[in-house]
Design a protein around this ligand. Structure first.
Ligand SMILES: Nc1ncnc2c1ncn2[C@@H]1O[C@H](COP(=O)(O)OP(=O)(O)OP(=O)(O)O)[C@@H](O)[C@H]1O
Ligand SMILES: [Mg+2]
Length: 305
């Protein structure tokens, strides 16, 4: 991975994010110190076991729920500081959401074209109808614009849901298992739509998925385990062959990357530190041929590097 100086700030900056769901009897720690930075224009997937906190994380970014602690900036906005009113505006203007179950945003008794126009109702000026038409073309559904939603298949409805999620021109598209309820062919088509949106419009897209075919085609995959992204495992070469291994969190060799936060702090995977056999909390840092090398200091009595 090349680390180049970027002039555009990241669209998502999440540090040590914590979410606790409190119910009368219990407290569920759904996110426990999640770290993730997403750059503008990324197309990425989040994978992880059921209950690991994927939807919780997406809901925090989407402003659907409030995080409990940590730091979360999206598009330069501090999500901890937004008032309820600002949060409503944020949801309407910054993010678009696609769910596994599209019944959540579509109205069955309206046509495809009418559905896509619903988020634009508060807008002044502009040609809503034409924009809706263009969005339907983008997802390959223009030919069914006058069909009522309940006359469309699940996969077709999902494409309408994507068009609808784009109606407010969001900067960030969030999709929670968008292909969970469709067949493989439709899933592949939906993924192509995402790729096109990403490449042609530069839209940043974060997809939560269990679908290895979907995950293999994005630019980056981040695994969440127990509400944490301990490290990123990044696609390189034929990633697909290793996806099962990664989603199973096997400890095989793979490229492992740690994220730098804005202050230049780095979190090094525990296993790597353990392998250094440190006796204290000090590490020797040196530059060697353009690499930063971390070794155990001599006084820790570690012979091997
Ligand atoms: N509203 C809620 N109230 C209480 N606990 C919740 C709530 N929503 C989620 N949780 C809990 O938080 C944890 C993370 O849930 P989350 O839905 O984020 O998991 P997930 O990774 O999306 O799982 P899946 O792959 O099954 O969709 C789980 O233990 C879940 O039971
Ligand atoms: Mg979920």
């Amino acid at each position: 991975m090349q680390t180049t100086a970027r002039t555009v700030p990241p669209i998502i900056e999440c540090e040590n994010l914590v979410k606790i769901y409190k119910t009368r009897e219990t407290e569920v720690l759904a996110l426990q110190g999640l770290e993730l930075t997403v750059q503008q224009g990324e197309l990425m997937a989040i994978i992880g076991n059921s209950g690991s906190g994927k939807s919780t994380f997406l809901n925090m970014i989407g402003g659907l729920d409030r995080p409990s602690a940590g730091r979360l900036f999206v598009d330069g906005k501090d999500l901890f500081k937004l008032s309820d009113r600002e949060l409503v505006r944020y949801k309407r203007s910054t993010v678009g959401f696609v769910w596994q179950n599209n019944a959540r945003n579509l109205l069955p008794y309206l046509t495809a074209l009418e559905n896509v126009q619903t988020p634009m109702l508060f807008e002044r000026g502009g040609n809503r109808r034409q924009r809706a038409q263009e969005l339907l073309e983008l997802v390959g559904m223009a030919h069914r614009k006058n069909s009522r939603l309940d006359q469309l298949s699940g996969g077709e409805q999902q494409r309408i849901a994507i068009a609808l999620a784009l109606a407010n021109k969001p900067k960030l598209l969030l999709a929670d298992e968008p292909t969970g309820a469709v067949d493989a062919k439709t899933a592949a088509y939906i993924l192509d739509v995402f790729r096109r949106l990403n490449e042609e419009l530069g839209l940043t897209i974060v997809i939560v998925t269990h679908d290895p075919n979907l995950a293999r085609k994005v630019n980056r995959v981040v695994a969440i385990r127990d509400g944490k992204t301990s490290a990123e495992r990044i696609a390189k070469g034929d990633y697909a062959a290793r996806l099962d291994e990664i989603s199973g969190f096997a400890q095989e060799t793979h490229d492992e990357y740690a994220l730098l936060d804005r202050a230049g702090r780095l979190q090094i995977p525990r296993e790597m530190l353990d392998a250094l056999n440190l006796s204290g909390n000090r590490l020797r840092v040196e530059m060697a041929e353009g690499r930063i090398v971390l070794t155990a200091p001599e006084e820790s009595g570690n012979e091997s590097k």
